[in-house]
Design a protein around this ligand. Structure first.
Ligand code: GLN
Length: 591
């Protein structure tokens, strides 16, 4: 006979005799970790990740340990093979996991490095289940969505809880309630909440309040139906966050409250915000953070002194948002110019750098497909700096090279990221080193001067999705260089990588003889990782993706250097401090 308070102990048995299947990881302490589930109704793109990370940040501020996890319904094992045009940028974690861009939101908001433990897809879950089945781990049972697949999901969540020792695990369920592919995640969360017992978890439903222009008033029906759908799945939301273009009226909140059994105080208005970094304040203002603590009966773990300090720091940061005394326009060249999500980390990095320098950074998106040496002056005449971001394939590559040439020859601040680093090497080889036929073998497989070629170590690994150099690596900095100055004279810095190609070491000497400085290298291999031009106001490229590690309170120095140089270019008469010095000043002040 199963006693209620003994439920978890008994369900951990994997046997053919019982209908329970809920494996529990070793060392799991029931009750230690609470769970906060965040899901969306009505439509996707509500900003579940933003909401969840902001709420998690507020709990972290209170001295609580938080661990986020995103559950993705798709069958891909990771996000590496996804088209950023459809799904937003592929975010790379330090351990090399290629994941959804929301993990970037969590890392930035929580100022925390995450790992593959924080990202689960249906592809991973099903692979695990099928492997277990082949190993005979299910002891003759027919393997079913419930309890086996849901059991695997619960195991992942509890594993994260046990490994992170978190006070609260924030579980974001991708997509929308009602999506077939997400249904088993919601079922798993229902089971987990039941097994963990009362006050062990809370459920936040994000919804959207429509405001058709023709009516001029907010309508709650779509939201009501979305919540109804959730309740039909056996989930009673504890909190409803109403996303909308403008503040949600009390009347609409009342309607939703009545309809959903959620007290009015827990139906909150979450209108659009100019900066995601203002959202924690919106959540805090309505007291939702303490409400969650109460729901989870975790108030006694709160450290108010910690919270006061952390919040004061955040308020200082918020004060700087919008209080700018300069302006600069950065041109970002890119293939996916129509979808801003594909460059989320770059946009964030520029925002962080701008806030730190008190500068309003405008982004001008530049489609390079039609750009040549001839029309580059026209296309780039109104920007104060350029970024050529990461990319794959040939489209627009020559246009990017033309932009880089223009930047190099006209003292226009330049930052090349990964592909942008490689394109800068090609441009320099062609136009300075006399290697007219220089190219990358990615663009021209049989080119005469393959200055950028596939990594020897990667050549051995076959199969798309599995042959990239991925994740965090140390970069050794060369003393006396601009990069070394920028990083406060550090011996080495850590950045994240995602590439197949690199500078062919046979050309290094020739490039250096032409005046290109490789200021960052891999410690143990001749892999060039940062380049710069000492006589240019700011010309830097990196094989890494520094945008992946820029944080609001710790802006990434390369972006700060670029924006500082752009401000200088805009106001040449003002005798502003050298951009590297300006960058160092704000970066060393940041925490
Ligand atoms: N396509 C280039 C490579 O594979 C650059 C990749 C990137 O920009 N992420 O090396």
């Amino acid at each position: 006979m199963v006693k209620d308070n003994d439920l978890l102990a008994s369900v951990s048995d994997v046997s053919t005799e019982s209908e329970f299947f809920s494996p529990v990881p070793p060392g799991y302490k029931k009750g230690k970790t609470r769970y906060c589930f965040v899901m969306g109704t009505v439509m996707s793109g509500l900003g579940k990740g933003i909401f969840s990370s902001c709420l998690a940040k507020l709990m972290q501020d209170k001295g609580l340990k938080v661990a986020p996890i995103k559950l993705e319904g798709y069958l891909n094992v990771d996000s590496g093979t996804l088209n950023p045009f459809r799904h937003g940028e592929v975010f790379v974690l330090d351990d090399g996991m290629e994941c959804d861009m929301d993990l970037g939101t969590y890392e930035r908001m929580l100022d925390m490095d995450l790992s593959r433990a924080n990202f689960a897809t249906s592809g991973q879950i099903f692979s695990l289940v099928l492997n277990k089945e082949r190993h005979g781990d299910y002891l003759g049972r027919d393997v079913q969505m419930i309890p086996h697949v849901t059991g695997e999901v619960k195991l992942r969540l509890r594993q994260l809880a046990a490994d992170s020792d978190a006070d609260i695990v924030f579980v974001e369920i991708g997509g929308t309630v009602g999506d077939l592919e997400n249904a088993y995640f919601i079922e798993a969360m229902r089971e987990l909440a039941y097994e963990e017992g009362p006050n062990s978890s809370c459920c936040v439903a994000l919804t959207y309040i429509l405001e058709p222009k023709t009516l001029g008033e907010q309508k709650s029906k779509a939201a009501q139906l979305g919540i109804k759908q959730l309740m039909q799945l056996g989930i009673q939301p504890d909190i409803i966050a109403c996303r909308a273009a403008s503040p949600v009226t009390e009347k609409v909140r009342q309607k939703i409250s009545v309809y959903s059994n959620v007290p009015l105080g827990r139906v909150i208005s979450l209108p659009d915000s100019t900066s995601v970094y203002m959202i924690p304040a919106m959540i805090r203002e309505v007291g939702l953070d303490f409400e969650v603590a109460r729901l989870l009966k975790i108030d006694d773990r709160i450290n108010l002194r910690h919270e006061r300090k952390a919040w004061a720091k955040w308020c200082d940061f918020m004060d700087k948002i919008g209080s700018t005394d300069s302006e600069a326009t950065i041109g970002v060249t890119g293939k996916y110019t129509s979808v801003r999500d594909s460059y989320a980390s770059i946009i964030n990095s520029l925002e962080h750098a701008g806030i730190a320098l008190g500068c309003k950074v405008n982004i001008k998106w530049i489609d390079t497909t039609g750009i040549t040496d001839k029309n580059a002056p026209e296309e780039l005449g109104d920007v104060d700096g350029i970024i050529v971001p990461g990319g794959f394939g040939t489209r627009g590559a020559e246009g990017k090279i033309a932009c880089i040439r223009y930047a190099r020859e006209h003292d226009l601040p330049y930052l090349g990221l990964c592909f942008g680093f490689q394109m800068a090497v090609i441009e320099f080889s062609r136009n300075v080193c006399g290697l007219a036929k220089a190219n990358s073998t990615e663009i021209e497989p049989d080119c005469a001067e393959p200055v950028i070629d596939i990594l020897p170590e990667q050549k051995k690994i076959e199969g798309l999705g599995g042959n990239m150099r991925l994740g965090g690596r140390d970069i050794e900095l060369k003393a006396g260089t601009i990069a070394w100055e920028l990083f406060d004279k550090a011996k080495s810095v850590r950045m994240r990588f995602r590439h197949r190609y690199e500078v062919d070491p046979r050309y290094i000497e020739r490039l250096e003889a032409g005046g290109l400085v490789f200021s960052g290298k891999a410690p143990d291999q001749p892999i060039m990782q940062i380049l710069e031009l000492p006589l240019h106001p700011f010309f830097m490229g990196t094989q890494a993706h520094p945008c992946l590690t820029s944080r609001p309170l710790r802006p990434q120095p390369m972006f700060v250097g670029l924006v500082a140089a752009a401000i200088q270019r805009r106001r040449p008469s003002e005798n502003l401090p050298d951009c590297v010095k300006a960058a160092r000043k704000v970066c060393s002040h940041s925490t």
